[in-house]
Design a protein around this ligand. Sequence first.
Ligand code: AMP
Ligand code: MG
Length: 422
Amino acid sequence: MLPVSQAEKIIFNLVQPLDGQRDTEVVTLLTAIDRIVAAPVASALDFPHWDNSAMDGYAVRYEDVQNCSEQQPAVLEIVEEIPAGHEPQRVIQPGQAARILTGAVMPVGADTVVMQEQTRRDEERVFILASPKPQEFVRHRASFYRAGTPLLPPGITINAPEIAVLAAAQCTQLTVYRRPRVAILSTGNELVTPDQPLQPGQIVDSNQYALAALVAQTGAEPVQVGIVPDEPEALKRAIAKALQTAEMVLSSGGVSVGDYDYVDQILAQLGAEIHIRAVAVRPGKPLTVARFPAAASNQKSVLYFGLPGNPVSALVSFWRFVQPAIRKLSGLSHSWGPVFVKARSHHDLRSDGKRETYLWGQLHLVDGSYEFQLAGGSHSSGNLINLAQTNGLAVLPVGQTSISAGEQIQVLQVSSPIVRTC
Ligand code: AMP
Ligand code: MG
């Protein structure tokens, strides 16, 4: 049984990210949100596009205003008014100025802007009451970005700030990684779909839906294969089909040591290298991780996760191992790993200390500090009902049997914390 840290290392090393040349698609600005940049983005435009004013004021020649004060103001003739969007028509000569507004293009001849507050206007003349610094309040062309140089690097996620940058740079289309496809299958003769009438002894396949939701939330495309009975031939067919349609396959159930647990044996028959069979984690001990090598040079290897059937174990395994693996597969160059935060526990937490233990509950952000509230009810891996509202998993490492209320604990953050102010 592998320690969690070792299992994590093996899994993350097995992930082969999508190919930035081949596994891409072109999206428009409005559909780029949450996508991952696949190729460096450059713009044909300098930014700023022109020398322009950072203030409302007067565009002047610095040499005309370098020695002035309230007592001895420089007096300049206003020859033009330049609002934003207007192309200057005049060249500023000695003794002249142009009224200029924020963002407007600097007129030829002027090199400095005097802010309005340092001036007094008298019809077509302006009195400069204090000397500016040379080139003050001028934003020079290309001082923020030079055309053709890298604007956005590959491997980052497009959020609103990047949309702003792309729009300003007139990059209306960009190349992003396509979403990786993740096939999901549930194994078990006892399983029925949520809309089928329940016969005695049957169990509703919740994993299919929970995993599909998690896969979609992680930015990948879930491919739902459905329920597969515990029959070796049926399982083999379903896994072989999943391998053809996806870069990653998740199955749940059938990976422990019961009489109907066939998954490992079928993976081996289909040519997989099995890297992990069990991890010292609670919940989630039976976890199979295998890799199907690429069938041809233009194909990719497929990573297979055989998750435990217990709904809580399946979800905890997903959050701890699969979610970061999907993020890495998606092309993210960083920030794909699991996120741990330090939080103050509201409750006493217990573990047998033999395996790394994950206790689910709510992560709150109270005045900037994290707090962890254990979910009420049973922490049995069969109890999925108290998973609702889970956004964090408190971690008790091997050897640690308890944490007292009020102590700090590491929490795996699985979605945004609930923000509260005292
Ligand atoms: P297994 O790992 O196949 O032995 O399953 C362990 C437990 O999880 C059994 O009680 C199963 O009925 C239950 N289980 C397995 N697969 C699912 C599923 N897809 N949805 C909900 N419960 C499941
Ligand atoms: Mg089963």
